[in-house]
Design a protein around this ligand. Structure first.
Ligand SMILES: N[C@@H](CCC[C@H](N)C(=O)O)C(=O)O
Length: 295
């Protein structure tokens, strides 16, 4: 026997990387099924994943436990833009300007970076104009931590015909620097790398090209199994790989995916991801409750 229940969601995006946010207090028996159905851009609401967020507001700063369920039904240990959206969600609920986010990749500090108001926005919109920063930890090139099957760090090596540098920024990323990200068929070059035997858990695949002082970004995401408008861990991966290859100096690196502009700031080797987050709209989706008891 089964019954339907309405589940409230809030839709957020960070530079176009979009998520349904569901309060983890809401009982959703089949999170995988809900994500597969509702992330579909034709049959469902459409999103790059569902963030189930459990707020613990008795702490100061408040804590949030973040679980990202992706459209393929799997969970990811970390999501940079998801964490920025989770940060905004918790800040809206608590009024706090900083929160701690518990992810499978570790606890991350998120905080509001106030807008200087120079875009002429009125007071009411000021909060939405503020950017959200998340401290992302230290990117690692250690093969075992990525994981990638190699004895030494994979730096500018060919995997499935693409010259990549491989780094973990909470999740695995392969980064290829190319002349022009738009001149490459991302899907065609990324899929073989995404599924290469070198990566026991698979990998996300990024293309980057130099633009001005920063980089343009295109990312093929594991779990979405397609290109997304932005990827935060991918932006950090591009910045970390660029520093390692001597393509960037300075502590602040701008990375621009199709959905907007991100900034990656290094303090030593520790990276912070900064960018806009928007609360788009709210709605209801249906979930199915199954019961084995049939009177
Ligand atoms: N969009 C995310 C990354 C989400 C996880 C990734 N698809 C994976 O499975 O590793 C981001 O902003 O970092």
């Amino acid at each position: 026997m089964s019954a339907f229940a309405d589940v409230h969601f809030e839709k957020y995006h960070g530079t176009g990387n979009d998520f349904l946010v569901i309060d983890a207090e809401t009982y959703v028996p089949d999170r995988r099924g809900l994500a597969a159905r509702e992330c579909d851009r034709e049959a469902g609401v459409g999103a790059d994943g569902i963030l189930f967020l459990a707020l613990e507001d008795r702490y100061n700063p408040p804590r949030v436990i973040m679980t990202l369920v992706q459209p393929d039904g799997g969970t990811a240990p970390m999501c940079g833009n998801g964490a920025r959206c989770a940060g905004r969600w918790a800040m809206e609920r608590t009024g706090s300007d900083e929160v701690m986010i518990d992810t499978q990749a570790g606890t991350r500090h998120a905080y509001r970076v106030e807008s200087d108001g120079s875009n002429g926005s009125g007071e009411e919109d000021q909060d939405q104009d503020d950017r959200i920063a998340v401290e992302m930890g230290e990117p690692t090139f250690d093969p075992k931590s990525i994981p990638v099957l190699a004895d030494d760090p994979v730096v500018e090596e060919s995997i499935e015909g693409l010259e990549v540098t491989v780094v973990n920024t909470g999740v695995p990323h392969a980064v290829a620097f190319v002349e022009d990200v738009d001149a490459v068929n991302l899907e065609a070059v990324a899929k073989p790398v995404r599924h290469a035997e070198d990566f026991p858990l698979g990998t996300n695949v990024n293309l980057a090209s130099v633009e001005g002082d920063g980089f343009r970004q295109r990312t093929f995401e594991r779990g979405v199994e397609g290109e997304t408008d932005a990827c935060g861990t991918g932006a950090v991966a591009i910045a970390a790989a660029a520093r390692r290859l001597g393509l960037a100096d300075g502590d602040s690196i701008s990375v621009s995916p199709p959905g907007g502009d991100l900034e990656v700031v290094f303090d030593g080797d520790t990276a912070t991801l900064i960018g806009p987050v928007e609360h788009e709209f709210d709605g209801e989706v249906q979930t199915t409750h199954f019961s084995s008891f049939d009177p």
